[in-house]
Ligand binder design. Structure first.
Ligand code: PLP
Length: 391
């Protein structure tokens, strides 16, 4: 029996930033007081800063899907034409939401592991000029693939449609220029790059999308963007705030601002690069080799091995939780996350564990192969050898 520390190594919820957790212990304040308004306004301003946008930012008490739902129910009307890009389970969620609200959606589906190309979006827009919304994931967390938001945004900006992006795992793991790329609505969530527990959803919303809110007729009540904007301007949320999570967010944002959003992104990108090098050195294949994102790396298990074996052994041998494939991808991939509060020691340890698990299950890997490949990536980017003392 060895000590097994519990480690959450999934692409959401992600590892928690300890000072943010500690801040939650001060939750015995009221949400209609000056004390709270100060924190709430700082969170709104901080989110706007790290998102790098001049657009309005809103916060909701919900998991990320709440903000996805709100973007449809507040900005569209029944029968509106929409284009939905589906490259995985989260794209399917956009399609489900659009369907639930009665949008007339053209769904562009690509096989799991691939991405929808900007070209496909352009063609769909040309075919249906009355399109009012284009929906996509920045990073499709179920496969690890990332979309080309810049080119898609440019195509959508030329039309009357709004570009609605689920950046729930994209934000903080890839460069995203909301204003420059014409992203009218961007949604994210607290349990990903923001290093705090689930329960807050974020939305950046621009002028083109706000105009849609004036004419949209779909019913909604709890998620009311205009009301939330008005409440936020006064330092409050429309309904009782998730006080504990707002306190945590305030602390996490200080940390993200201190590191800088660009460096947080760079951190994820470096971890992803090192992971790709490591698993390939071990003889494993990437699930989304042509457009790998930096939020999470999906890896195929060795031929004949169910990825569930790897997931289970991470838990039983090492106390660590890693993610299996979702839906029909279950058993076909496992996911190594890089979002938010992950560092190189986390990755080195994880790769060492993976090598042990592979060896224990009939897939021989020389110990240290993957770890060494990741070390090389780290070293070539971040280690400048000191010259040894002259003899
Ligand atoms: C985590 C995630 C979501 C949000 O799911 P919730 O369970 O509602 O937080 C949506 N889209 C993507 C791409 C995600 O990774």
């Amino acid at each position: 029996m060895h000590i097994k520390k519990q480690r959450l190594l999934t692409p959401g919820p992600t590892p928690l930033y300890p000072p943010a957790l500690h801040a939650m212990m001060a939750s015995d304040i009221h949400h209609r007081t000056e004390d709270f308004r100060k924190v709430y306004l700082a969170c709104l301003a901080g989110m706007k800063e790290v998102m790098g946008t001049a657009n309005d930012v809103l916060i909701f008490s919900a998991s990320g899907t709440g903000a996805m739902d709100a973007s449809v129910s507040n900005l569209f009307s029944k029968g509106d034409k929409a284009i939905v890009c589906v490259a995985g389970k989260f794209g399917e969620r956009w399609a489900d939401i659009a369907k639930a609200y009665g949008l007339d959606a053209t769904v562009i589906t690509v096989p799991y592991g691939q991405v929808v190309s900007p070209r496909q979006v352009e063609e769909a827009l040309a075919k249906e000029p009355a399109t009012k919304g284009v929906f996509v994931q920045a990073s499709e967390s179920s496969t690890g693939a990332a979309h080309d938001l810049r080119a898609m945004g440019q195509a959508v900006a030329k039309t009357g449609a709004i570009f609605v992006v689920d950046a729930i795992t994209g934000l903080g793991t890839m460069p995203i220029d909301i204003d420059g790329w014409g992203i009218d609505v961007l949604v994210s969530g607290s349990q990903k790059a923001f290093m705090i527990p689930p329960g807050l959803a974020f939305m950046a919303i621009g002028p083109k999308a706000w105009k849609f809110a004036d004419t949209a007729t779909l019913p909604h009540y709890y998620f009311n963007l205009k009301k939330e904007k008005k409440s936020g301007d006064g330092g409050e949320s429309s309904w009782t705030a998730s006080i504990s999570l707002i306190l945590a967010l305030g602390e996490a944002l200080k940390y993200v601002q201190q590191i800088g959003m660009a460096n947080l992104v760079e951190n994820a990108q470096m971890l992803a690069k090192a992971t790709r090098a490591a698993v390939q050195a071990m003889g494993l294949e990437l699930f989304a080799p042509s457009s790998p994102g930096a939020a999470v790396t999906s890896v195929r298990p060795p031929a004949g091995m169910d990825s569930g074996v790897i997931v289970k052994e991470f838990r039983s041998r090492f106390g660590a939780v890693i993610a299996n494939g979702q839906g029909s991808m279950k058993g076909e991939l496992f996911r190594i996350a890089h979002i938010g509060y992950f560092d190189f020691p986390d990755l080195f340890a994880m790769l060492a564990c993976l090598e042990i698990i592979l060896n224990a299950n009939g897939f021989p890997v020389k110990y240290g192969t993957g770890v060494a490949a990741a070390q090389e990536v780290y070293a070539s980017a971040a280690v400048k050898p000191k010259s040894t003392a002259a003899a």
